[in-house]
Write a protein of this length. Sequence first.
Length: 250
Amino acid sequence: MRKCLVRKFLLITAVLIGLLPASMAKAHDPIILTSDQRTPAEGPLILDGTISFALYGSLETSGETRGFRVNFKKGDPLYFSILIPDLAPENALDDKLLPYLEVIDPSGAKSKLATTTKISFAEPFTGTSYVRLTELTSTAVGGTYSVTIKGDAPARFTVSVGQTEMFGSPVENINNRDLGVAGVMTWYGTGQASEPSAVTSTPSLAPSSTATSTVVAESDSSRVTILIAIAAIFVLGSVIKVLKTRRGSK
């Protein structure tokens, strides 16, 4: 009977943990790049390039740029990718017009990350969809990498950095860190390559009630599931402790 009870709790706990949204394990800490961050020196400085960040921005005109910097220790895993929203006008652009990355490592070596194989995917946590244009996985040289986003047409873009999920990691030279998911949804819902600056002063201008409710509902669902899983683990631990106590008293 006792063994059966323990097995049931173990099964329930495993199922609840399995229900945790996959997007939580793939979450990126969001950063919104603004129109005055045209060069790496003007943009944010990410202090640990192994932490997973997503930098969202827009190129307003052909030839415009955005930039940021990333610190790595020697031997750190290095990861960069560039994406566009799977929306018009970006997903209708010719490959040669799409945004690309220019990465300069601490030694001065320059790499261009342009479109290779397009991969479309959905991000269930926010109800958004993207097209990954290219990605780079390598081993870092110690120091600061300078990254510039370039393109030959107006377009929204997202740059992913790092693969270790950890929210709230320090970033320098940034004054809009609090935009968060609301900033991302405004950026995604503009329908054009426009800067999501309105979020700071007028949160109600977030794109659509449907998109916003999706974020809130899924976020609340995630929290509830986590709390249930924690409660199940706590109860299981208590049951095992009681069983051990009874067994020891015999």
